[in-house]
Design a protein around this ligand. Structure first.
Ligand code: SF4
Length: 357
């Protein structure tokens, strides 16, 4: 009989959450910075991959320079298909690591190596390893938003768009699951799949702030609005969703649903691509605790905001902020990622663009 560990609450206390500081470049200064970055990208044989939650200027630059805007796994896979020898990942650290795991022969740079993620921070490898060891009869399934070391400890990596299918598949084979790190996504997947899961107690500081009661009030004021929710949000918010989906799922829903007004519960950085995809539609942020004491990110991730034009230019100029991952970890972390890719290929699912954050 083993001693199962109950994981403590790994929610980050507000004092550990940085302020969201968005760089404001305008006019000639912005134009000059864009021009220099374009020049450096060519000179350094580099390609940009940017996440949907980053600044619109970075997404625009990626689009204009033959790079790519998407989610973490798709960013890494695009990097693999690109001929460029350097990938510049505008996103958060685990995305840089995933890009390195799938492209170990390439140089991976990031504008700011302090760009982290509360889910990644809230799942330290030593505690997670002990937790897994205390449930030796369970398969370990981790979300993409984890460090390379945590992925290396896992049997499967999943994205928000593939989690329910993978867990259902494992449950049908009689497997019991350890899930980490996001407890809200874990609860959602558990409810959808009926699987036997023990959940790590991490959370995303951005999605956790969306509030069910305030959302209900906003819906009353906008009765025609459809509600699009990322499943890292709390259950009372998910319960009011017309569509629960990954970042790509949310953008797709905005184009496909017949409504012209949407309330969106995910990082507001996604509005740039939503407005591009559906220019005639109106998008509103779902309410957060913005007027309360706990909201520090207010629907915009402070770590995503660390990616700025100035820092990107400096990284390209100096070659600083390179991502390194131990070879042994790369080898082990590839296994759960490739399991997901093979699973999707067998089912002919497209999982490009299906992970969150
Ligand atoms: S939005 Fe949440 S899940 Fe995404 S990088 Fe920021 S803290 Fe992590």
């Amino acid at each position: 009989m083993h001693n199962a560990i109950t994981p403590p609450d790994f929610r980050l206390p507000p004092e550990q959450v940085p302020e969201t500081i968005v760089e404001q470049l305008a006019g000639e200064e912005r134009d000059e910075c864009l021009r220099r970055i374009k020049h450096l990208l060519r000179e350094r044989d580099a390609v940009m991959v940017a996440h949907y939650y980053t600044d619109p200027d970075l997404q625009l630059l990626a689009d204009e320079t033959g790079g790519h805007v998407s989610d973490s796994l798709d960013m890494a896979r695009f990097g693999h298909e690109s001929d460029a020898s350097t990938l510049v990942v505008c996103g958060v650290r685990f995305m840089g690591e995933t890009a390195k795991i799938l492209n170990p022969e390439k140089r991976v740079l990031m504008p700011d190596l302090h760009a982290d993620c509360s889910l990644d921070i809230g799942c330290p490898i030593d505690e997670f390893n002990s937790f897994c060891n205390s449930y030796p009869d369970r398969s370990v399934v981790v979300y993409a938003n984890t460090s390379a070391a945590v992925k290396a400890r896992a049997d499967w990596m999943v994205t928000s768009g593939s989690a329910v299918d993978v867990i259902r598949h494992l449950a049908e084979k009689g497997e019991k699951i350890i899930w980490a790190p996001d407890k809200y996504l874990g609860e959602y997947v558990q409810a959808q799949s009926g699987a036997d899961m023990v959940l790590w107690q991490g959370s995303c500081i951005v999605h956790e702030e969306f509030k069910g009661r305030e959302l209900a009030e906003l819906r009353k004021k906008h009765p025609r609005a459809r509600v699009l929710v990322h499943p890292e949000s709390p259950a009372p918010v998910i319960a009011q969703a017309d569509v629960v989906g990954s970042t790509t799922g949310i953008i797709k829903a905005a184009t496909e649903l017949d409504s012209d007004v949407f309330i969106v519960a995910t990082d507001r950085g996604i509005f740039y691509k939503m407005q591009q995809a559906a220019p005639d539609k109106t998008f509103m942020e779902a309410p957060t605790a913005g007027r309360g004491a706990t909201c520090k990110s207010c629907a915009h991730c402070p770590w995503m905001a660390m990616n700025s034009l100035t820092k990107l230019q400096e990284t390209l100029r100096s070659g600083a902020n390179e991502i390194f991952v131990d070879e042994d970890i790369i080898e082990r972390a590839r296994i759960p990622i490739e399991r997901l890719l093979n699973f999707a290929a067998q089912r002919k699912q497209v999982i490009y663009g299906n992970s969150d954050a």
